[in-house]
Design a protein around this ligand. Sequence first.
Ligand code: PEP
Length: 251
Amino acid sequence: MRTPIIAGNWKLHMNPEQTIEFVNAVKGKLPDPSKVESVIAAPAVDLYVLKKTAEGSNLHTGAENAYFEVEGAFTGETSPKVLNEMGIDYCIIGHSERRGYFHETDEDINKKAKALFANGVTPIICCGESLETREANKQDEWVVAQIKAALDGLTAEQVSKLVIAYEPIWAIGTGKTASADQAEEMCKTIRETVKDLYNEETAENVRIQYGGSVKPANVKELMSKPDIDGGLVGGASLDPESFLALVNYQD
Ligand code: PEP
């Protein structure tokens, strides 16, 4: 059985003081992690206080990016090794904003996934097509190619622990959610791709999130789909009440 995982992606929002305030507001109200895992992925400058404030609570922590090297002359980058030393559980990689604005390639994302696993941090690997690709009905081949490239060289054991986030670019921050059926269809395709690349057990273990304008009003329907194991949530994760409504969707 896969444990559902709802992760907030704060992007370039929230400072350390706001982080402390947010975590204190949600701390005692999060679901049991064996039922739903609650994660906040925050900007690197907030991670230390995020982790410290979350200590002893059901909140898991994540970074929004990391580099594939752990140490050296790489100005401005974040080390997977240091994330692990800080006790950060997850790291988002391959978000469409990083692929788009920062020119990250499939190869970079694959190297980052390997570096994170080597340093005990679980990657949340994002994939998803543009509106143009969907309108050309090429979304399946696009996403399958992204998944194959991201997983290249990873072991079945690693992929079993992985989180994949399907985020159609046209639904991110636009208020346009993919319908629950569209989201399910692609999450199923991703699971079948994992089965083809590895085996049935690995495909059954890998957790697949949907992301793109997830909010309290649509989370239940999305989470009712068999291949959707969670949500990666931008805008609706910034407010404590909204985040609590998302992670407590089973209530
Ligand atoms: C995201 O940032 O990954 C995202 C899905 O954003 P939003 O929920 O705001 O669409």
